[in-house]
Design a protein around this ligand. Structure first.
Ligand code: TXA
Ligand code: MG
Length: 358
């Protein structure tokens, strides 16, 4: 009997100095992209799993490696505005206004797709999601490859997004040709996605650029959060599934306007789970941690504000999974600034297990 053929027999991990990426290494990684291979790389948001966006077979390998349903489209990355013409057509003037202020950076724009971009990358849609990343390693890779790079987050489908090369390896070792290890990512959650192809600009996913920063340029900006059950085929818009970013443990999200009452409810719940013999983890904003003193729980600190929470969120979920714990309790931040995106990821990680504390 023949062994199953493994398309990615070995994964090479290469350390990259983020300030001055080694040109020879980048040239090699760029060549792998041009030849149809997969390269995982850091961006300022999360790590991406990259392939030549203009090569349908290479793009298909992304879906295979991630075990991602073909109905979930992939973001195309470019190094400069000059490359925008290669991937999108009929770009509205507001896209250039947004690009001027937010590119390179954590903003993705959905635009009409250029016919040279294979439909598979956009799950057959007539549109394409485009982003210009700011991370020096992402920039160097895009320059070296010379082609636009399609890259979803470099995790297995429905797992927490990777904010370090170790997270990428945990999910994709043996499924990607090279992982460029540029250390931990800065923002920690994915880009904000704005669809510019409809009658009004619409937020498809809150992310690294807060909506408050976009509104002055997009006064009509609409945002309707969608949390759908796990039937991918029936989802009207891609990326709206309830289950996403999920660790193995059950996640319970606590919400409420009075932080002290919320913390009290978390304390009681943790106490109850521990008494029942469960192992419990708490993802805690620094100032909240003291409330859980004396409990037999694992605490992971998430910093002092919404931005720090975003940076620590996915790594925290993976850390608690590795302990392992069976239950993860977390207080949602206020939905302002990056807190909106953190709350969105928590709701999906919890698959809807939200406890409202009044
Ligand atoms: O920060 C980020 O955006 C990271 C880094 C690697 O750039 N990428 C990322 O990709 O988060 P991914 O695959 O995890 O999320 C892509 C999401 C899809 O699930 C979908 O919601 C949206 O982007 N998307 C992509 N193309 C689209 C399109 N043509 N129309 C509507 N939504 C699209
Ligand atoms: Mg993703």
């Amino acid at each position: 009997m023949h062994p199953m053929t493994d398309p990615f027999p070995a994964t090479l991990i290469a350390r990259v100095d983020r300030a001055t990426p080694d040109p020879e290494l980048m040239a090699l990684a760029g060549q792998i992209i041009r030849q149809g291979g997969l390269v995982a790389f850091p961006t300022e948001t999360v790590y991406g799993l990259g392939a030549n966006a203009l090569d349908a077979a290479a793009v298909a390998r992304i879906f295979q490696a991630k075990e991602r349903p073909a109905s979930d489209p992939v973001i195309v990355h470019i190094h400069s505005l000059a490359q925008l013409d290669e991937v999108a057509v009929d770009v509205p003037p507001v896209a250039f206004t947004l690009a001027e202020q937010f590119w390179a950076g954590a903003l993705t724009l959905v635009l009409p797709r250029h016919p040279a971009v294979p439909p598979g990358i956009s799950a057959g849609r007539a549109t394409v999601a485009v982003r210009m990343p700011a991370h020096p390693v992402a920039q160097a890779l895009l320059q070296a490859a010379g082609v636009p790079i399609g890259a979803p987050s470099a995790n297995r489908f429905s797992r927490p997004s990777p904010t370090s090369a170790a997270h990428v390896m945990a999910d994709l070792n043996g499924r990607v040709d090279v992982v460029l290890d540029g250390g931990s990512t800065d923002i920690g959650i994915e880009s904000t996605i704005v669809d510019l192809t409809g009658p009004v600009p619409q937020v498809l996913r809150p992310g690294g650029i807060p909506l408050e920063a976009l509104r002055p340029l997009l006064p009509a900006l609409a945002y309707r959060p969608q949390y759908l059950p796990d039937d991918v085929a029936s989802a009207p818009a891609p990326g709206t599934l309830l289950k996403h970013y999920s660790p193995q443990a059950d996640v319970l999200v606590f919400q409420g306007s009075d932080p002290l009452r919320v913390l009290e409810a978390m304390h009681q719940t943790a106490d109850k789970y521990v008494a029942e013999g469960h192992s419990v983890g708490i993802l805690a904003q620094d100032s909240d941690a003291l409330h859980f003193r004396g409990l037999e729980v694992q605490i992971v600190l998430c910093g002092r504000d919404e931005a720090a929470f975003a940076t620590h969120l996915f790594a925290g979920l993976r850390t608690l999974d590795a302990v392992p714990v069976q239950k993860i309790l977390v207080r949602a931040p206020q939905p302002v600034g990056l807190g909106l995106a953190v709350q969105d990821r928590l709701i999906r990680a919890a698959e809807g297990h939200i406890i409202q504390v009044r």
